[in-house]
Design a protein around this ligand. Structure first.
Ligand code: G3P
Ligand code: CA
Length: 260
């Protein structure tokens, strides 16, 4: 399998800004994506969910409460699940004030807006479909959105990932061109079947050892470790042979790579 991630000089590991440059800007907002580019990331990771009217939006959590002001704007709509709100309602929310004054006024972006905002940046995209079982048919809607922006899959700048491997198998059938990432740490016994449709295994960095990286590589897949922010841990991942580090601090990862 050929994994389509952005080419990097001398095949150094890819730096992926987790939820954008999320240590320095509110996660999954356009400002976090722009900052990732300024910090020298190669790719940006975003989380995608679906609204009640089937719009695709960037949001990590099942509910809107942690990263927006939904509770004060819609006080009677507990438990504030993304799936219970229309896009028009979600557009009214402030998605940045929770992060501090600098984030004030950020809105919840749609996937379409994020693709548009990133299109000229040269950044790659690691698109996570969050809890697909909550949004039946989301794989087809994500594929449809990506077909509207054909430069993404065609240019090999895109990886689609999920913790739900069955969903990723469905996605690969719908849209063969993006590389598929499997979140988690599949066992040696699972890897042969998974390698039939996936190009990456993306485990939590705590699970990553040089032996595990070699095992995944033997099946023709790459390894991106998440979410690794400490310079010593980043160095350990690089020495262990990972192909990418998914980090909230892309500038730190770039400087570790420079010193390597
Ligand atoms: O990209 C890996 C990572 O994002 C998975 O965990 O909870 O941050 O979406 P989470
Ligand atoms: Ca994620």
């Amino acid at each position: 399998l050929v994994v389509t991630v952005p080419a990097t000089a001398a095949s150094r590991p890819v730096v992926v800004a987790h939820r954008g440059a999320s240590a320095d800007a509110p996660e999954n907002t356009l400002s976090a994506l722009a900052l990732a580019s300024r910090f020298g990331a190669d790719m940006v990771e975003v989380d995608v969910r679906e609204t009640r009217d089937h719009a695709l939006v960037l949001m990590h959590d099942t509910t809107l409460t942690r990263t927006t002001d939904a509770e004060s704007v819609f006080p009677r709509r507990a438990p504030w699940r993304v799936a219970d709100f229309t896009l028009a309602e979600i557009r009214r929310l402030d998605a940045g004030s929770w992060f501090g004054r600098a984030g004030r006024g950020q809105r919840v972006p749609t996937l379409r807006e994020a693709l548009r905002a990133m299109s000229g940046s040269g950044l790659g995209l690691l698109l996570e479909i969050k809890e697909p079982r909550l949004y039946p048919g989301i794989e087809a809607r994500v594929a449809g959105e990506l077909r509207r922006a054909p430069s993404w899959p065609a240019a090999g700048r895109l990886v689609v990932q999920s913790f739900d491997w069955g969903s990723m198998r469905r996605f690969a059938r719908l849209m063969p061109s993006p590389a598929i990432g499997l979140l988690g740490t599949p066992s040696a016994a699972d890897l042969p079947a998974l390698a039939g449709f996936a190009g990456q295994v993306n485990p939590p960095y705590q699970d990553v050892t040089p032996e595990y990286v070699r095992l995944v590589h033997r099946h023709g897949m790459r390894v991106f470790a998440w979410a690794v922010d400490d310079p010593g841990d980043i160095q350990r991942m690089i020495s262990g042979g990972v192909d990418g580090v998914i980090t909230n601090r892309p500038a730190v990862a770039r400087s570790v790579l420079q010193d390597d």
